[in-house]
Ligand binder design. Structure first.
Ligand SMILES: Cc1cc2nc3c(=O)[nH]c(=O)nc-3n(C[C@H](O)[C@H](O)[C@H](O)COP(=O)(O)OP(=O)(O)OC[C@H]3O[C@@H](n4cnc5c(N)ncnc54)[C@H](O)[C@@H]3O)c2cc1C
Length: 283
């Protein structure tokens, strides 16, 4: 299927991209095109003009700034997945990215595109949430920083304004974090029925902080507070893992659709939580 007609702009700078966006309320950013173009082909999006940022070198930096890992919005998902710096500082990100579609998709799809698209089953959104990441956006109103907790509003809807471009994601580096990621899919590369990203801090054997983010279980990726509470102050053994996984499932009211009914999604979340926490226990 072909997309409806559209114009294509290739700005030379970020400022020019912002101006183009602000000039037309039906303009849309084109990054890797792995979500936007299928949506246009299915007539779920009809932008008048695509503002192509895929080539802007301002957006492709991947660097460490003290205790923060900074990933430019234009960094391809595959580049982040295979980056030694990401593996050393935020391994959860690489673990999550391996589950995004297929390698071909990750070679085109960008880190910023996944966060801005805000698919409720997006692995990257869940990992960013569990790591307590922030994103930076630039628009006609200037530059602002948005915690991921305030970024995802509803399915495919973020708090970014229409003229704002997500420029980078900032992930705190905590050398002591132990991580796990698991999801349940029908086939490798499919969107998950449910999944979970887990980042835990320990004092000796005791969990002192747990950040768990579920995907595929509601309108947005979401923190699993009840499960986090179950873990806090306890050792991460089989009993606690099972209790936390059950708490995650009990506190969730996932939607049903053609892929899975609510009960299946809840069961998938419980199993994914068990697997992710077992990974943490062996990390
Ligand atoms: C077959 C297939 C399977 C897939 N499986 C998965 C999967 O399992 N998990 C998963 O998470 N994703 C999956 N995806 C989607 C993929 O991860 C996309 O790469 C990602 O969702 C969007 O990134 P993109 O760079 O391609 O963005 P685009 O498609 O170019 O843009 C997506 C949306 O974000 C906006 N946008 C993009 N960049 C910015 C920015 N910097 N600032 C503001 N707005 C911006 C665009 O305007 C558009 O609305 C799959 C895609 C395909 C085709």
């Amino acid at each position: 299927m072909k997309p409806p007609p559209f114009q294509h702009a290739r700005p030379e700078t970020l400022d020019e991209a912002v101006r183009l966006l602000a000039a037309d309320e039906d303009a849309k950013i084109l990054a890797g095109g792995q979500s936007l173009l299928p949506m246009m082909n299915f007539r779920l999006a009809r932008p008048s003009i695509l503002v192509d940022i895929g080539h802007l070198s301002e957006l492709t930096e991947l660097r460490r700034e003290d205790d923060v890992l900074v990933i430019g919005a234009g960094v391809r998902q595959r580049a982040a997945e295979t980056s030694r710096l990401v593996q050393q500082t935020c391994p959860l990100l690489g673990q999550a990215l391996r589950h995004v579609g297929h390698r071909q998709i990750r070679s085109r799809g960008t880190v910023g595109g996944s966060l801005a698209h805000a698919d409720p089953a997006a692995e990257l959104c869940a990992a960013a949430c569990a790591l307590g990441a922030e994103v930076v956006a630039i628009g006609t109103g200037g530059r602002r920083t948005i915690p991921t907790a305030e970024l995802f509003l509803a399915p495919y809807q973020t708090s970014l304004a229409a003229d704002e471009i997500l420029t980078e994601v900032r992930l705190p580096i905590r050398g002591t974090t132990r991580c796990g990621f698991a999801e349940i899919t029908r086939r490798t590369g499919d969107f998950a029925i449910a999944g979970i990203a887990a980042a835990l801090e320990f004092d000796g054997d005791t969990v002192i902080q747990a950040r768990l983010a579920g995907l595929g279980i509601g309108g947005t990726v979401q923190r699993l507070r009840e499960a986090e509470e179950t873990l806090r102050g306890r050792p991460l053994n089989t009993e606690t893992i099972n209790a936390a996984a059950q708490a995650a499932a009990d506190a969730t009211t996932p939607p049903g659709d053609i892929h899975a009914d609510p009960m299946t999604r809840r069961a998938a979340l419980r199993v994914a939580a068990q697997r992710a926490l077992e990974q943490v226990a062996h990390d």
